[in-house]
Write a protein that binds this ligand. Structure first.
Ligand SMILES: C[S@@+](CC[C@H](N)C(=O)[O-])C[C@H]1O[C@@H](n2cnc3c(N)ncnc32)[C@H](O)[C@@H]1O
Length: 286
């Protein structure tokens, strides 16, 4: 365990850090004064040391208990912009979730996005359905949801998101999960979501991406690895994790994402967040 203090010096930066039994929301302004602050700034986070030791053979990455246990630390140090995307998912929920409708968090892991949406939903009669096919993640997620405040009911399903019968959906979020499906099965999942959506619904899709321009892809991957090193990962950890993900996480290009969403029927889709080779898109059903 270690103590982490998140400090930043941009004009306003919001963090929503979920840690075992509590959700901590806080923000800083330029002079590092805290302008919004619930609960504590210091949080206990189990450090991700999964790839610290040299391994003879790297096996494919799995979302098992070992990963679930350190996932807070892993995702915050491995996905640039992750806290912002989680917090902003809540802001989208505030604006787009319709009364008496379902919201989906697909590949929910520990429930960070679910909790962020739940904090912000104002409409009556809504339900959040959080789905993950990792038993370890679902168990942690259920404990986190049970420990957090909130009145919107949440169902946490242990299932493959490809098996879900979506219905009456005003918002679906799929943060950093589509990339783990076989590429040939991504379109059908998105089509299933689209078909279940009410007019005015929104889909948030966050992914690691590549770029048509090879130079851009290489540059962003390089800077991304420098960012991971800045966050304390060694060169060996970065390399071993990359090898473990190679056959498991297959990124699409930005163009592929756009074309697929448009072909499915989404009338508008915008990139609303990007940091290096990580983006989040919002796609709207009119
Ligand atoms: C990178 S994590 C997602 C992070 C999470 N959305 C968040 O914002 O904290 C990917 C998650 O998707 C889950 N996953 C991968 N493939 C899946 C599938 N086919 N069905 C359900 N869950 C899946 C994994 O178990 C893992 O928890």
């Amino acid at each position: 365990m270690r103590f982490v203090k998140h400090v930043c010096n941009v004009i306003i930066k919001m963090y929503n850090i979920r840690c075992n039994n509590c959700l901590i929301s806080y923000a800083f302004k330029e002079d590092a004064d805290i302008v919004l602050f619930d609960k504590e700034v210091f949080v206990n986070i189990k450090k991700d040391e999964i790839f610290t030791d040299p391994a003879n053979k790297i096996t494919d990455f799995k979302f098992d208990e070992q990963v679930a246990d350190v996932f807070d630390d892993m995702i915050n140090r491995s996905v640039p912009g992750y806290p912002e995307v989680v917090v902003m998912s809540g802001l989208f929920a505030e604006r787009f979730v319709q009364s008496n409708s379902n919201c989906y968090d697909l590949g929910c892991s520990l429930g960070a996005t679910t909790l962020s949406m739940r904090q912000r939903i104002t409409q009556p009669g809504c339900r959040i359905i959080a789905v993950d096919n990792s038993l370890a993640m679902v168990e942690h997620c259920r404990a986190n949801i049970a420990a957090a405040d909130g009145t919107v009911p949440v169902d946490v399903w242990l299932d493959d998101i490809r098996n879900i019968e979506f219905s009456n959906c005003s918002m679906a979020v799929i943060n950093y999960t589509l990339q783990f499906l076989p590429p040939s099965e991504r379109r059908q999942l998105l089509q299933n979501i689209y078909d279940s959506m009410l007019p005015g619904a929104v889909l948030l899709l966050s992914e690691k991406v590549t770029f048509d321009e090879q130079q851009s892809s290489e540059l962003f991957i390089d800077i991304y690895h420098a960012w991971k090193a800045h966050n304390g990962y060694s060169e060996m950890e970065i390399k071993q994790k990359r090898n473990a993900l190679e056959n498991v996480l297959i990124p699409d290009t930005v163009v592929t994402h756009r074309q697929r969403l448009t072909a499915i029927g989404f009338k508008r889709c915008e990139i609303w967040f990007q940091c290096f080779n990580f983006i989040s898109m919002a796609a709207f059903k009119l």
